[in-house]
Design a protein around this ligand. Structure first.
Ligand SMILES: [Zn+2]
Length: 185
């Protein structure tokens, strides 16, 4: 009985097996093509490849526009539309080619360099030490050192020497993590 059944199956397979296999393959192929066609839009629509503002840096306070984070220096909870980072090597670099829009200083933010880039991007570097290496109107290159991270920003003094980095697009703060690979460095 069993042998008979097996024989039947073999016959069936001989007749339809190849056809079924062909069907399965074409189905898989069609599915693959169908899944491959709709491409999701990337997070960034810019072709700019930004560099990093610091090397071997650790993110000490991340960007978040949907939750409050404790500012220990001011002892209050606040929205932090920037990424704070520190590194043993405290050199700070321009993330891309651009023109220095301003070099300012105030007791809350320390020394601040603002750089205009193309595509509506502006990068802002605060809590720099007083040895800022660029001045207003200077053209800078991607990776060019502009200053050093410090603890000059009294509104974040408890975080120690660090860079408070802001990235703006068309006048609005954006999450730098969507444009720069800041984590795991
Ligand atoms: Zn900060």
């Amino acid at each position: 009985m069993e042998i008979k059944e097996e024989g039947k199956f073999k016959k069936l397979f001989k007749r339809y097996g190849v056809l079924s296999l062909a069907c399965v393959f074409s189905l898989a192929l069609a599915l693959g093509i169908a899944l491959g066609i709709p491409k999701t839009e990337p997070v960034t629509t810019s072709n700019i490849e930004f560099g990093l503002p610091m090397t071997n840096a650790v993110v000490v306070k991340d960007y978040a526009d949907d939750r409050l984070q404790l500012n220990e220096s001011l002892n209050r909870w606040e929205i932090h539309l920037a990424v704070d980072m520190s590194s043993e090597n405290d050199a700070v670099f321009s993330i891309y080619d651009g023109v220095v829009d301003s070099v300012d200083s105030n007791s809350l933010d320390g020394y601040i360099v603002t750089i205009n880039h193309s595509d509506g991007f502006v990068s802002v570097y605060s809590s720099l030490s007083d040895n800022v290496q660029v001045k207003e109107g200077d053209s800078v290159r991607k990776g060019q050192q502009i200053g050093n991270a410090s603890d000059t920003a009294t509104n974040e003094s408890k975080d120690g020497a660090h860079l408070h980095f802001v990235l703006m697009k068309d006048g609005v703060e954006v999450d730098p993590n969507n444009y720069l690979d800041l984590q795991n460095k």
